[in-house]
Design a protein around this ligand. Structure first.
Ligand SMILES: NC(=O)c1ccc[n+]([C@@H]2O[C@H](COP(=O)([O-])OP(=O)(O)OC[C@H]3O[C@@H](n4cnc5c(N)ncnc54)[C@H](O)[C@@H]3O)[C@@H](O)[C@H]2O)c1
Length: 339
């Protein structure tokens, strides 16, 4: 297929874009580099710009005869979203509305959207199924929830076929260490642990060890970014075959959770080094356990994650961080990103 990838210079979008190219799809990436990295995308496929730039997006759709959109572009820091909600509603919700309008005006009616498990909010129900109650508890999650609803409404009214993918915790890197995660600031646990091992941070803060989990620390479902890439390819295939107006929602995790201490122990086992860490107070709004039920994606897309052992996920991430301690070259970063 010919696919427009928004946010394709970012972490997950970059892996998906490279996977699509390897699978023989044609892609065009639009990314404003507020967070992403030019180095992760071959130059001939890349357009620097805003998803809300109607003229640019319409031109890319026209010139590449685009058939479908994979929409990764977003701001994704929970803490910043609570301090600067205006930027999050503008960038995530309003700019996605403009993107959807441009798609419709250009006759493109297929979309795969990057949603998040955090749209479920704090809930005791585990594992989380696609029809579990959604009650987002922070601005970032709420923007993603709004976009889900917007796409579903557009689907019903204008015949968009769509797949909403609710990722759990994306993690890991290319097996050869060539590409990986480089968020600035970094907020994700596995890179924080590995940056600590590289001496870039003093220690890892473990937010609470008195949760009702076996070792008292929070449990999350880590999904390898290559497995995320493969489900995107299956999802876009589903959209291609779907009747206009049809849609699907899938959780994307492994279905098994790992605690913060298990992540630290896995990193120690992969690297043979001790991870300096300290237990600090709980963070507000951190649910004790977030684990996906992924039966639906298995059943309906035939998707199966290849990386199921936490240690294997951490090993790929370590390879990337060891080879690229400073991440991607950063000549493009202009301070326009959230701090
Ligand atoms: N990483 C995770 O664990 C995770 C979990 C759940 C959901 N998600 C969602 O998946 C998507 C990708 O996440 P990621 O970790 O790769 O994030 P990322 O920040 O690495 O990538 C997002 C990309 O979008 C670009 N971008 C942002 N706003 C833009 C705009 N208005 N116009 C053009 N480009 C813009 C950024 O420059 C960046 O390259 C996001 O939508 C995020 O909300 C990520």
């Amino acid at each position: 297929m010919r696919i427009l990838v928004t946010g394709g210079a970012g972490y997950v979008g970059g892996f998906a874009a490279r996977h699509l190219l390897a699978a023989g799809h044609e892609i065009a990436v639009v990314d404003n580099l507020s967070e992403g990295h030019r180095a992760s995308i071959p130059a001939e496929h890349f357009y620097e710009g805003e998803i809300a730039d109607r003229a640019l997006v319409a031109r890319v759709i026209r010139e590449h005869d685009i058939e479908a959109v994979m929409h990764f572009a977003a701001f994704a820091y929970v803490g910043v979203s609570m301090e600067r909600p205006r930027e999050y509603y503008r960038n995530n919700v309003a700019d996605t509305l403009t993107l959807l309008e441009t798609m419709l005006d250009s006759g493109v009616k297929r979309i795969v959207f990057s949603s998040t498990c955090s749209t479920y909010g704090e809930t005791a129900e585990m594992p989380l199924c696609e029809d579990s109650l959604q009650q987002p508890s922070n601005t970032y999650a709420f923007t993603k929830y709004c976009i889900e609803r917007m796409i579903q409404d557009f689907s019903r009214a204008y015949g968009l076929s769509h797949v909403l993918l609710r990722y759990f915790n994306a993690a890991g890197a290319a097996a050869d260490g060539s590409y990986g995660e480089d968020h600035r600031p970094e907020t994700h646990l596995i890179p924080l642990v590995l940056q600590t091992l590289l001496g870039q941070r003093d220690k890892v803060s473990v937010f609470g060890d008195d949760y009702p989990t076996p070792d008292g620390t929070c449990i999350r479902d880590y999904i390898h970014v290559e497995d995320l890439a493969t489900i995107h390819a299956l999802a876009i295939g589903w959209c291609g075959d779907a009747k206009p107006g049809r849609g699907q929602v899938f959780n994307v995790g492994t279905g098994s959770g790992s605690s913060v201490m298990e992540v630290i122990r896995a990193a120690e086992s992969v690297t043979g080094r001790a991870v300096p860490h300290e237990i600090v107070a709980r963070r507000a709004g951190d649910p004790p356990r977030l684990v996906a039920s992924c039966d639906k994606a298995r059943r309906e897309l035939g998707w199966e994650p290849r990386y199921v052992a936490l240690k294997d996920i951490v090993a790929t991430a370590w390879k990337w961080h060891e080879k690229h301690p400073d991440g991607y070259p950063d000549e493009d970063r202009d301070g326009g990103k959230p701090e």
